[in-house]
Design a protein around this ligand. Structure first.
Ligand SMILES: C[S@@+](CC[C@H](N)C(=O)[O-])C[C@H]1O[C@@H](n2cnc3c(N)ncnc32)[C@H](O)[C@@H]1O
Length: 198
């Protein structure tokens, strides 16, 4: 039996022309929290193969922009408002590159995840490490009242990370989309309205 083609969201994504089933997680987040508006600039960290970028591209429209960042190769998009930046999110030049070329960002998304090792606590810590980098970037690149969405794995460090996000955003929510596999420990944190400390 082919388990992959058994997956409802996988098949739906294929049918709709999305590059990954992950698109449906972002669509659910958008439906619940209304994070996007037309003409916004969106930073999509860990964007490959590109399902989230496709969703964001449509939401911000042709006068908006999506910066799709991944250390892995992303094949070119037909959507003209998506730019690919092939970089590791820990690249020291990334912050300046974004600031100098695109200015302040409206929405920062991170669906980054490590290669799963099978050692749960190791994967959880690596995930938190990626999430902390995404939060740091959101604090320096987002405009005041900007929005943050980040993948986490449930576990020991979740509460501390949630508290950190709480300090920077006026409201936070933890959300498990229906399209996220039930057995997966992933959960998303949504930070609404960045408090900018100048
Ligand atoms: C679950 S996939 C993202 C799926 C994507 N949101 C979509 O809709 O198609 C996670 C991605 O995180 C990326 N990633 C993990 N660590 C990274 C890092 N340090 N810098 C950049 N990308 C990273 C991986 O290369 C992988 O492509």
């Amino acid at each position: 039996m082919n388990f992959v083609s058994d997956d409802y969201y996988y098949l739906k994504a294929k049918y709709k022309g999305y590059r990954s089933r992950a698109s449906y997680k972002l669509l659910e987040i958008e439906q619940k929290f209304s994070i996007f508006q037309k003409n916004q600039i969106v930073l999509d960290l860990g964007a490959a193969p590109g399902g989230w970028s496709q969703v964001a591209s449509k939401k911000v429209g042709k006068n908006g922009k999506v910066l799709a960042i991944d250390k892995a190769y992303i094949s070119p998009f037909k959507e003209e408002n998506i730019e690919i930046i092939n970089k590791d999110i820990f690249d020291e030049e990334l912050k300046d590159l974004i600031e100098e070329n695109y200015g302040e960002i409206d929405v920062l998304l991170s669906d980054c995840s490590p290669n799963i090792s099978g050692d749960y606590s190791r994967d959880h810590f690596t995930q938190i490490y990626l999430a902390n980098r995404a939060l740091d970037l959101s604090q320096s690149l987002l405009k005041s009242e900007g929005c943050f969405v980040c993948k986490l794995f449930q576990g020991k460090e979740l509460q501390d990370f949630t508290n950190k996000v709480k300090e920077s955003f006026e409201a936070i929510k933890l959300f498990k989309p229906k399209s996220s596999r039930k057995k997966s420990a992933e959960i998303y944190i949504i930070g609404l309205k960045l408090r900018k400390h100048n």
